[in-house]
Structures are given as C-alpha cells and as structure tokens.
Design a protein around this ligand. Structure first.
Ligand code: ADE
Length: 265
C-alpha cells in the first residue's frame, strides 16, 4: 500500500517513515510513505501557495493551481489511489474507516494549512474528506499521519503476527483487555492468576470477559450499537445480579447505621 502526502511541510512526513514498525514495513516493501511538496507546483520565484480570501476576512486560503497540479501529478503516479482531504469537516475517522481505507489501491492525502483549501479543489479533485476529531489543528499533516499509522498497521504482514490487528481495541466494538508483563507482583499488585496458569482456554475466556468489562466501564456506548453473543449476555446478567445484591446490601447497611445513630442518640 502506498501513501502519498501532499503538503507544504514534507519534512513532517519524512520523520514518520524513519521509525519503528512503519520503518520496518517500508524497508520490507509492505508499504511506502512519501511526501510531495505542494510548493514545487507553485509558480513564480517565491512559489506562493496561499492567497487572500475573496469576500475579505481574516486568514489565507490555499491557492487552487498548485494544489490541483500536485494532485494530478500524484494521481499520475498512483492511478488506483483515493484522494483524501484531511479537514475538521470530514467523516469522523474510526477503526472501521481505517479497515475500509486499507482496502484501497493507495491513498493520496491532501493537507491544507491556513483557513483551508480553495473550494473548487474540494469539489473537483477530492474523493472524500476525513476528520480525526471535533477540534481544529493548524494543518492536515498530523491527521494524515494518524490515518497512515492506523491504516498501515492493518496491511498484512506489517505488524508481524497476522492476528495482532484483529485483537485490537474496537475490533467487534470491544476495547482490548489489559496486558501484563514481568514482574509478577508490581508495587503490591499481582498479575491475575489465570494468566500464569498456562491454560489457554481459560486465558482466552478471561480475556474475552475482561474486554467486555472494560468496554462496559469505559465505553458503554460501544455496546449499545452491537449485537451481544449469548455468552456475553450471560456475563452481563451475572454482573447485573451482583450489582443488585450490592445495592440491596447497601439498604441493610443504611438501616444498621440508622439504628446505630438512634441508639447513640
Ligand atoms: N485539519 C485541521 N483540523 C483537522 C481535524 N480535526 N481533522 C482533520 N484534518 C484537520
């Protein structure tokens, strides 16, 4: 899978391919990450890429000609690629969107700066718009790198073990269970016994339940939009009855402490 980032700051992209898992994936030829400097497509000695907005107002707008020329050039090199514009107005990025993008024949990521890019480029040259969250950054480069990181790790072979990406948080709308490594006891907290048992079936069961507990506690909204398996329903019903017991006991504790108060009075 090839990623091409169109930007006026290509050096931000270079850092991404120089480290860690993505560097190894580039070296192995599993992915390629490159940057195209939009300035190289700008006319004149100063290679200006921005201009004042028609109608007045503050800020600058990215000029259409250099951007359009850069996109045409990138498309010529990557005929099957999708052209994605990073903007706070785009479709919210999520794990499912990452899986979807991982199936494309390459990604050309267009990064705006200033107030954004000329609307005519948006309408004529962009296949889709993506936002990485409801906040505004100074440019699309960080969002582009976020998208590359999330998508690249889904490309077969990039993570090493084929199954790693499938066990991620958000797979099947669940958060991932906790992880432990040595030492066995850290500052008084021990690793759950089952993980030391060597019983892989029990370990798998513990992980599935831990995953469900986490999702329920941290992101119950994910469970609202998902069909539960009979085993998961059973786990939730067990918690419900435990929680109900705790609440019932609370009313006993309340009664105890009230009668204690009365005796004291
Ligand atoms: N550009 C500026 N802010 C952004 C955001 N939140 N997502 C995508 N692109 C952006």
């Amino acid at each position: 899978m090839k990623f091409t980032v169109l930007t006026i700051f290509p050096e931000l992209v270079a850092a991404m391919r120089a480290h860690g898992i993505l560097r190894r994936a580039v070296q192995r030829g599993q992915i390629d990450i490159c940057a195209i400097d939009i300035r190289e497509f700008a006319a004149g000695r100063h290679r200006v890429t921005d201009d004042r907005p028609y109608g007045g107002g503050c800020g600058m707008v990215m000029k259409p000609e250099p951007l359009a020329a850069a996109i045409r050039f990138a498309r010529g090199r990557m005929p099957g690629a999708s052209v994605v514009h990073l903007t706070p107005q785009g479709r919210p990025f999520c794990q499912a969107a990452a899986w979807d993008l991982a199936l494309r024949g390459g990604l050309i990521l267009v990064c705006g700066r200033y107030e954004g890019i000329d609307e005519r480029v948006c309408s004529d040259f962009i296949d889709e718009e993506i936002s990485i969250g409801d906040y505004v950054l100074t440019g699309g480069e960080l969002p582009a790198l976020v998208v590359i990181d999330a998508v690249a790790r889904l490309i077969p072979g990039v993570l090493g073990g084929e199954s790693s990406a499938v066990k991620d948080s958000f797979h099947e709308s669940l958060l991932e269970h906790g992880h432990y490594t040595r030492p066995r006891v850290f500052e008084g907290h021990a690793v759950p016994d089952v993980l030391l048992s060597g019983n892989h079936r029990e370990i798998e069961k513990w992980r599935r339940e831990a995953s469900l507990v986490r999702t329920f506690l941290k992101r119950p909204d994910l469970l609202m939009h998902r069909a539960l398996s009979p085993a998961e329903v059973e786990i939730l019903q067990k918690w419900r009855s435990d929680i109900e017991k705790i609440i019932r006991n609370q009313s006993l504790h309340c009664a105890d402490s009230l009668s204690g108060d009365q005796q004291a009075g």
